[in-house]
Design a protein around this ligand. Sequence first.
Ligand SMILES: NC(=O)c1ccc[n+]([C@@H]2O[C@H](COP(=O)([O-])OP(=O)(O)OC[C@H]3O[C@@H](n4cnc5c(N)ncnc54)[C@H](O)[C@@H]3O)[C@@H](O)[C@H]2O)c1
Length: 318
Amino acid sequence: MNILVTGGAGYIGSHTCKLLKRLGHNPIVFDNFSNGWPQWVRFGPLAFGDIRDEEALYQALKGFDAEAVIHFAAKAYVEESTRLPEMYFDHNVGGTVALLKAMKRAGTKQLVFSSSCATYGHARTPTMKEDHVQAPTNPYGISKLMCEQVIGEVAPVAGIRHAALRYFNVIGNDPEGEIYERHEPETHVLPNLMKAAMTGGTFTLFGTDHPTPDGSAVRDYVYVMDLAMAHVEALKMIESRDRFISNVGRGEGTSVKELVRAVEEAVGKQVKVEEKPIRAGDPPTLVADNSFLKTWFPHPFMETVEVARMMAGVFRGQ
Ligand SMILES: NC(=O)c1ccc[n+]([C@@H]2O[C@H](COP(=O)([O-])OP(=O)(O)OC[C@H]3O[C@@H](n4cnc5c(N)ncnc54)[C@H](O)[C@@H]3O)[C@@H](O)[C@H]2O)c1
């Protein structure tokens, strides 16, 4: 399949392109490199452009004869979204509207959208099902919920079959170390922890008095290549189903302190940890109920400790 991958030069997008290429597809990266990396466009052609530019999207869809779109492109920093909410609605929601218009014009009929557990806000149950109340606590989460809603209204009218995947916390990188997790600034826990472990630097642990067993925040970490595979399976699903929404998480929580221990074990060194107060709006626990996911995703998930071990190996080799 020719698949337009918006945000394909970013972290999850580039890993998904790598998998698509390996499975014999042609991933066309549509990205403006605002947060992505030109050197990661190596698994298919590039259509340089801004997701808010409907005409550029239309030309890319037509020019590459795209049959489907995987839509990763977004601004994705929670803290930044509280300072620049208008930018988040512009890129995330405006970009999604432009994409839907371009797909309608080009006749592209399949869409997989990157949603997020951030659309739920604070967990009201130990694990969250897809029908958990959606009450996001920051503009980033609100923008993702708005995208789900816009797609839910526009896509059926335009005849676009679609899936929205609500990812939990994505970690790890490809085993070859060809591409990896890189955000600037890096706010994600595992690269920061790994860096501290490998360089002897300090890891900042936000929050030690959450109402969780060890006081640190509990998250559901999903390995990036497993998530990439979920997009491939979602594309298969929407061949026979008009629309679905699914969590993508392992259904198991790991606390930040447990993650520190996993990395220490993987690297064979102790990590210097500086404890800081809970960040505003940081929920204590975010864990998926993945019972629906298991009905359509037939693959096992990599354990968090295994991901840490693999990353340590990749880092050592570099
Ligand atoms: N990383 C996570 O843990 C996580 C969790 C839940 C959901 N998500 C969602 O997954 C998607 C990918 O996340 P990521 O961590 O790979 O982020 P990322 O920042 O690494 O990648 C985003 C990509 O989108 C591109 N982009 C941004 N604005 C653009 C625009 N206006 N036009 C064209 N390209 C643009 C960037 O250049 C970048 O390559 C995002 O939609 C994010 O909201 C991520």
